[in-house]
Design a protein around this ligand. Structure first.
Ligand SMILES: [Fe+2]
Length: 93
């Protein structure tokens, strides 16, 4: 399993816990869609597309984990860091 597959597996585990089917669908569309947009922007700018894909997948992870958007930037970055560290395949910069 490559790094992006690991990120998707972690994100899917969060999304599958959303009880409401409509909210769950929204979560998949949003996180996977933003991830793809991030890849396109990264490729256009000659940046790291893999890291852009991971960042896009994780950018709202706390919101979908809790269904609470308050302070999602700070809480989401902490949750994303913990998830990435637990995967043991992304080095801290
Ligand atoms: Fe978002």
């Amino acid at each position: 399993m490559n790094r992006i597959e690991k990120v998707r597996e972690a994100v899917d585990a969060v999304l599958l816990n959303i009880a409401d089917a409509g909210e769950r669908r929204c979560g998949y569309m949003h996180l996977y869609g933003v991830s793809q947009a991030c890849v396109l922007i990264a490729l256009k700018r000659n940046e790291n597309a893999e890291l852009a894909a991971a960042a896009g997948m994780l950018h709202d992870i706390h919101t979908y984990a809790t269904m609470d958007p308050r302070d999602h930037a700070h809480k989401g970055s902490a949750m994303a860091r913990d998830l990435l560290n637990s995967m043991k395949c992304f080095e801290a910069g």
